[in-house]
Design a protein around this ligand. Sequence first.
Ligand SMILES: *Cc1c(COP(=O)(O)O)cnc(C)c1O
Length: 524
Amino acid sequence: MTREGRPTSPGGAAPGRPHAPTFTGNRALALEEPLLFEAGRLETSGVDFEAVPAHESRLGGLARKAPIGLPGLAEGECVRHFTRLSRQNYAIDMGLFPLGSCTMKHNPRLNEKMARLPGFADIHPLQPQDTVQGALELMHRLQDWLLKLTGMAAVAMSPKAGAHGELCGMLAIRAALDARGDARKVVLVPESAHGTNPATAAFCGFAVESIPANIRGRVDLEALLARLGPDVAAVMITNPNTCGLFEPDMKAIADAVHAAGGFVYCDGANFNAIVGRVRPGDLGIDAMHINLHKTFSTPHGGGGPGSGPVVFSAALAPFAPLPFVEEEAGHLFLVEEENAAAHHASAFGRMVAFHGQMGMFVRALAYMMSHGADGLRQVAEDAVLNANYVLRRLEDVLSAPYAATGPCMHEALFSDAFLDGTGATTLDFAKALIDEGFHPMTVYFPLVVHGAMLVEPTETESRARLDQFVGAMRALAARAREGGAGAMKAAPIHAPRARLDETRAARTPILVWQPPAADRLAAE
Ligand SMILES: *Cc1c(COP(=O)(O)O)cnc(C)c1O
């Protein structure tokens, strides 16, 4: 957050914000919040430390000479600081979070209860395996669910997010190619791909080439087939893709890639739309990551860590990384070394020091078991139904470039064509939505659509909530059409902050707090 983003003095409204100034700078019960460094005082502390008894230092000249400079706050002030900050944050527990591609669904509280059981929460990864049989059984069962749901041959549980899973899958492909002495270098990626796909391929030393989309928003099959050859190591395809559309040619693509000696990586981040209905193994996929934190509802995006297990075909299974859990005569154990007799005989190595995100495993399995196989299928159906409801209720006032090609999957994609000539942009539209009490949808992604707005309601929103969202979107579209772009440019006017310079924050982040110049002078 830039300092400029904050009102400069108590009671001063930020520029362009038509508010009666208040003495404190607070707005109703939305309280302004300084940084801890600005609020804290070095002489205060939430804890009373006893004076250190006389002792002989063994730090040998390494002892700190100046005060550490951490801000001190009494416990009550500290609690208030973080509570005030949390109230400035929007969360799925507060309302609709239609961020396309992110699958922000409700996180059932049952999962949280399970994850806090001491047998799962209070164990250590280096504990003797005999003392953690229950935790290993949980991992084993989760492996089993993932293999059954995907129809694949093996699974690596350890990757810690979707992008980490992509790395795992592409490293396995690299290892399989190396094992047969094949130096193929090219990875084909559709132009609608999530940015992590080309980044992963490049990180693994592959040369990335883009495959165009056709006018129906799918991979251009002709272009892909024409490019296949002995230099192509793999294709990376997202299915359902980032336009929210199913790739109907997936099997034909996989067959052609295999015939040309390459592998098929599927970005499975959108598995939510097809879980229980389509088994990726039946489509000829060789490796696919699953975002447990999306499809299987574990808190993410500031709310918790991710987890990205990768499923493998029989061709890649021997190269999958260590460790993995096996069962023999009711005894569970971790396979941590390469072992010619076991699966993964040619494991390419490890992705992490230990076993992966145990807390996410517990939540994901609790989610699967409480839904059951039929419930998971209904998750996919309801997610697709909700997205199509949004698409059809908005296509007459927004621009929906692929609506005519049939139903969408779990997310509805709009372009900014409906804003042509209004003076408003996709960004203005998204900011105005904040004033209406909604977290905006994903904007300007995927890149194949101009000024994209990608709405993913997920299956956990009610009809009433969707109607309210649709109502807000329709009202904003009408406002833009009727010459209201000027007001939209000032949005959001009701949020704690208006428009931050996100580019500057990303390119030149200020990571170390500096005391204001006046304080520095006084200290010198
Ligand atoms: C979310 C997502 C990813 C990346 O997953 P992370 O867990 O954020 O690393 C990759 N591809 C697609 C299509 C996604 O939606």
